[in-house]
Design a protein around this ligand. Structure first.
Ligand SMILES: C[S@@+](CC[C@H](N)C(=O)[O-])C[C@H]1O[C@@H](n2cnc3c(N)ncnc32)[C@H](O)[C@@H]1O
Length: 208
């Protein structure tokens, strides 16, 4: 899936109920796991149309919602306008090419890491961008056989992740309280016509 794919998919993105349900589960898990509060500045990476971020924004001071897809950001901008949301700022940025000088109390990233070739480098960047005591939350697919995206291979850089390996990566980067939990099981019919479940994990940690 290229950036163009996400631009094209943006207008109809929220019409797939399974995406909306998954985002709600991920947002609820982040909210139930981490001590969110209305003094926190947050960054969401790969925000899409804001399904996860807009669910969490009422609990936060500010949310910088980052994505590389103009189409996704346009849909999010429309929602911000129509719902008169004042604490969410959409931002087009690719953290694998550019950086932001700001530090955040919370960084979260849902179903985006598998689109990033240098996933370890991005996780390292997230850790650098956390304020002291700040929290990281990453939700993504557990290692799968490639059938999740099927023929849509363009832009899919990883067939999920081994969450235990990611825990080790974050611990090596100095995060504390690193933990993982399964937060959802997405049921999807793959290209072979077989319906199967794809587990989704939430990885969390705190910068000491
Ligand atoms: C599967 S969607 C998930 C969207 C949203 N987090 C959700 O759960 O509904 C992946 C998102 O990552 C974005 N994305 C892909 N590559 C990216 C990159 N290098 N940097 C930032 N965002 C990226 C896409 O534009 C898309 O919005």
């Amino acid at each position: 899936m290229s950036g163009k794919h996400f631009d094209k998919a943006a207008a109809g993105w929220d019409q797939k109920q399974r995406r909306v349900e998954m985002a709600a589960k991920i947002a609820a898990a982040i909210s139930n796991t981490l001590p969110l509060n209305n003094k926190m500045t947050a960054l969401e990476y790969g925000c899409g149309t804001g399904l996860v971020g807009l669910a969490l924004a009422p609990q936060l001071l500010t949310l910088t919602a980052v994505d590389t897809s103009t189409g996704m950001l346009e849909v999010l901008t429309q929602k911000i306008k129509s719902e008169q949301i004042t604490n969410v700022t959409p931002l087009r940025l690719d953290l694998s090419q550019e950086s932001l000088p700001d530090k955040f109390d919370l960084i979260f990233c849902a179903m985006t890491l598998h689109h990033i070739k240098e996933a370890d480098q991005l996780l390292a960047r997230f850790c650098d961008m956390l304020a002291d005591g700040g929290y990281l939350a990453v939700a993504d697919l557990k290692t799968e056989d490639g059938s999740f995206h099927g023929q849509e291979v363009d832009g899919v850089m990883h067939h999920g992740f081994n969450p235990v390996e990611l825990m080790t990566t974050l611990t090596k980067r100095g995060l504390e309280q690193v933990a993982v939990q399964e937060v959802h099981s997405l049921v999807k019919t793959n290209d072979a016509g077989v319906e199967r479940a794809y587990p989704v994990f939430l990885l969390t940690g705190r910068k000491g």
